[in-house]
Design a protein around this ligand. Structure first.
Ligand code: CTP
Ligand code: MG
Length: 230
C-alpha cells in the first residue's frame, strides 16, 4: 500500500505574508488544495496524512473541500522533519512497516500526478526508496562568505532534490528518529535515509514542480497550473 504524508505546518517566513503560504490563493484554490488534489488524483494512494500547525485556523475550511476522501490530520512539529515524524507515528498505528510512504511538501502544488506514478512504478521494485529530482543545468560556483568565487563545482551528477520522496514506513520512521537524535540537519527524507546507510534512487521529474517559497513563485506556479489545464 502507498500512503501520502504532507508536511503543511510551516509558517512560511520567507514569503513574508500574514497568511501562511500553503493557504495563499493560486489559480482559483489555495496552494494546499492544489497539492492535496494532485495526491488524491493518484489512485494508488490509499490515504493522506497532513501535518498542521496548532494555531492553524484555515485548515478546517480546506479539509471540508475533501469530504469523503481518506484524509487525516496530525499536529505539526518544530521543524519539517518533526512534522513528518508525527505523521509517520500516526500511520504506524494503521499501516504496516513495509507499506510505502510518499512524503510531499504542501508548498509544491504543481507536482504532476504522472510523475508521482512514475516515481511509484520505478521504486516499488527498489529496496531503499527514492525521490523525484531534476539535474542541475546552471554552472555551479562555490562562494566564500565575503562574496568571492572560490571554485567552479562540476555539475556532473548534481541534482535538485524535489518531493515526493517515497520510502518504506518502518525504514523512514527509524531513519528520521536516528537523524533527529543525532542532531543531523534533515531538510528532506532522503538525507535521513542516506545518514542511515541507505541509497535512495533519484527519479527524474519536471522543473515545474517548484516549491512556493517567495512571492514571485506564486505567479510562476499559476502560469504552470493554468497552462496545464488548457
Ligand atoms: N513544514 C512543516 N513543519 C515545519 C516546517 C515546515 O510541516 N515545522 C512544511 C511546510 O509547511 C512546507 C514544507 O514543510 O510545506 C517545506 O518547508 P518550507 O518550504 O521551508 O516551508 P516553511 O518552513 O513554511 O517556509 P520558510 O522556511 O520560508 O519559513
Ligand atoms: Mg522552512
Amino acid at each position: 500500500m502507498v500512503w501520502a504524508v504532507v508536511p503543511a505546518a510551516g509558517s512560511g517566513a520567507r514569503m513574508q505574508s500574514a497568511t501562511p503560504k500553503q493557504y495563499l490563493p493560486l489559480a482559483g484554490k489555495t496552494v494546499l488544495e492544489h497539492t492535496l488534489a494532485a495526491l488524491f488524483s493518484v489512485e494508488r494512494i490509499t490515504g493522506v496524512v497532513v501535518a498542521i500547525a496548532d494555531a492553524d485556523s484555515a485548515w478546517p475550511v480546506v479539509a471540508d473541500t475533501f469530504t469523503g476522501k481518506r484524509l487525516e490530520q496530525v499536529a505539526g512539529g518544530e521543524q519539517r522533519c518533526h512534522s513528518v515524524l508525527h505523521a509517520l507515528t500516526y500511520l504506524s498505528g494503521h499501516a504496516g512497516d513495509d507499506d510505502w510512504v510518499l512524503v510531499h511538501d504542501a508548498a509544491r502544488p504543481c507536482v504532476r500526478p504522472a510523475d508521482i506514478d512514475v516515481l511509484i512504478d520505478t521504486l516499488v521494485a527498489a529496496t531503499d526508496g527514492g525521490l523525484l529530482g531534476v539535474p542541475v543545468c546552471d554552472t555551479m560556483k562555490r562562494v566564500a562568505a565575503t562574496g568571492g568565487v572560490t571554485a567552479t563545482v562540476d555539475r556532473q551528477g548534481l541534482w535538485h532534490a524535489l518531493t515526493p520522496q517515497l520510502f518504506r514506513l518502518g525504514q523512514l520512521r527509524a531513519a528520521l528518529q536516528q537523524g533527529i537524535a543525532a542532531g543531523i540537519s534533515l531538510t528532506d527524507e532522503a538525507s535521513a535515509m542516506e545518514a542511515a546507510g541507505y541509497t535512495p534512487r533519484m527519479v527524474e521529474g519536471h522543473r515545474d514542480n517548484i516549491k512556493i517559497t517567495v512571492a514571485s513563485d506564486l505567479a510562476l506556479a499559476a502560469h504552470y497550473l493554468e497552462n496545464r489545464d488548457t
